[in-house]
Design a protein around this ligand. Structure first.
Ligand SMILES: [Zn+2]
Ligand SMILES: [Zn+2]
Length: 68
């Protein structure tokens, strides 16, 4: 079951989990720097966008946000 590693909530599908991460998870770091790869972004919003998008394609970011 896809689980948000940041807040511990479980979801039926990965899609629901991604929607949770992009809209309502309040544990996503409020930082302009990505906690996984260290890249710095123009705003917190950009960093969050990066983190969630990378998680779709890249293992390190996925492991930070998601356990299946
Ligand atoms: Zn969460
Ligand atoms: Zn990153």
């Amino acid at each position: 079951m896809p689980t948000c590693k940041l807040c511990g909530r479980s979801f039926d599908t990965l899609t629901e989990l991604y929607m949770h991460l992009s809209s309502e998870c309040n544990r996503i770091p409020r930082s302009r720097r990505c906690p996984v790869c260290g890249n710095k972004y123009r705003s917190i919003r950009f960093m969050k966008h990066h983190l969630i998008n990378e998680a779709l394609i890249e293992t390190r970011h996925m492991n930070y946000l998601i356990s299946i």
